[in-house]
Design a protein around this ligand. Structure first.
Ligand code: SAH
Ligand code: SF4
Length: 359
């Protein structure tokens, strides 16, 4: 059995078989494989601090199962509920973000699935920066574990709403979902994949064994407006996106969530709400539809801004027969929206008041 090569397998990219092969290559007894796996996924501390493993072995593993992410910035919001990391990937220095949000009843980690994003949504900081590369499964899973080590609460929810389009990096994302479910025991329904509407991939997701939650980013109730905000709409127009979402809901028996970034004077008129409600009620989605209204987070590359209030828009959707909630913008003081911390660091190093430069 050849030893695991550190250049290809990172700490959370390693499968159980990889760990077993490593244990054999190190001439350690077989039971160490289970111990190491438990130390990786069932402890609240990093592997280096898993004191049930002999120190010599831990030191060895630090090299043979290296972490994939180096912290650059760790920022805590003023209310203490939100922590955000900017990481540098050990592989090539690509920068990605992770957010941990804690409330009394849950702890949610928001992960990045790509460094950058090729989809080019006009209002999104990640889209403005362009595509760098796909993350591998180990880089995605490690974001959750690193956040878990920093959280007193057990991580109960994972959302793929950080940088990147998860369904454009399907295989790595799915491998990471299986690992989070199988090794970290996060229930499938508490794992949310947010997509801008990659139709074939939504249909593929509907065939998978785990009934994850699907969130679809709509942002507009008609194709002309949506294409101006979301270029992918020219390839997969609204009708096809909503049909795929309906097929997912039917296959999985799960209500689909729709996201709607509310932009003053662009997509926030009562007529937009009425049209969206008509579109979604007409689609006969199993379990009904739920719209998450997200007041726009301003970004440097887009002149739009959030309306004064989003409550009226949500109420109008409700009146039209569609459940709607306004998502509180958490951690705005630490640029906790998609791609914004990285944009700030790259565009100007002023940082935010509560951020700590780690290196
Ligand atoms: N690529 C996926 C997931 C990452 S983005 C997607 O687009 O769904 C997660 C959510 O944040 C999406 O709904 C996206 O539209 C939204 N978003 C991105 N930039 C935003 C901004 N500046 N203000 C408000 N919401 C934003
Ligand atoms: Fe990519 Fe999502 Fe941003 Fe669009 S909103 S550019 S799909 S990360």
């Amino acid at each position: 059995m050849s030893p695991v090569r550190t250049s290809t397998v990172s700490r959370y990219g390693a499968s159980r078989d990889d760990v077993a092969a490593l244990v054999r290559a190190l001439d350690e007894p077989d039971y160490r494989a289970r111990q190491i796996w438990d130390a990786l996924y069932h402890r609240t501390v990093p592997l280096e601090d898993a004191t049930d493993l002999p120190r010599r072995l831990r030191e060895r593993l630090a090299g043979d199962l290296p972490t994939a992410l180096e912290p650059v910035i760790e920022a805590v919001s003023r209310d203490g509920a939100t922590t955000k990391w900017l990481w540098s990937c050990a592989r090539d220095g690509a920068q990605i973000e992770t957010v941990l949000m804690r409330s009394p009843d849950r702890a949610t980690v928001c992960v990045s699935s790509q460094a950058g994003c090729a989809m080019g949504c006009t209002f999104c900081a990640t889209g403005q920066a362009g595509f760098e590369r796909h993350l591998d499964a180990g880089e995605i899973v490690e974001q959750v574990l690193r956040a878990a080590h920093a959280s007193e609460q057990r991580v109960s929810n994972v959302v793929y709403m950080g940088m990147g389009e998860p369904l454009a990096n399907y295989d790595a994302v799915w491998t990471s979902i299986e690992r989070l479910h199988d090794a970290l025991s996060i229930s499938a329904r508490r794992i949310t994949v947010s997509t801008v509407g990659v139709v074939p991939a939504i249909r593929r997701l509907a065939e998978e064994r785990l009934p994850v939650t699907l969130a679809v980013s709509l942002h507009a109730p008609d194709d002309v407006l949506r294409s101006s905000l979301v270029p992918l709409n020219r390839r997969y127009p609204l009708r096809e996106v909503i049909d795929a979402a309906a097929a997912f809901a039917a296959a999985k028996g799960r209500r689909v969530t729709f996201e709607y970034a509310l932009i003053h004077g662009v997509n926030d008129a009562p007529a937009h709400a009425d049209r969206l409600a008509g579109l979604l009620t007409g689609a006969r989605l199993r379990g009904g539809a739920h719209v998450n209204v997200i007041p726009l987070n301003p970004t440097a590359g887009y002149t739009g801004r959030a309306p004064v209030t989003a409550a009226g828009f949500a109420a109008r959707l409700s009146a039209g027969g569609v459940r709607a909630t306004v998502r509180r913008n958490r951690g705005v003081d630490i640029d906790a929206a998609c791609g914004q911390l990285r944009a700030r660091v790259i565009d100007g190093p002023q940082g935010s008041a509560s951020a700590t430069m780690v290196q």
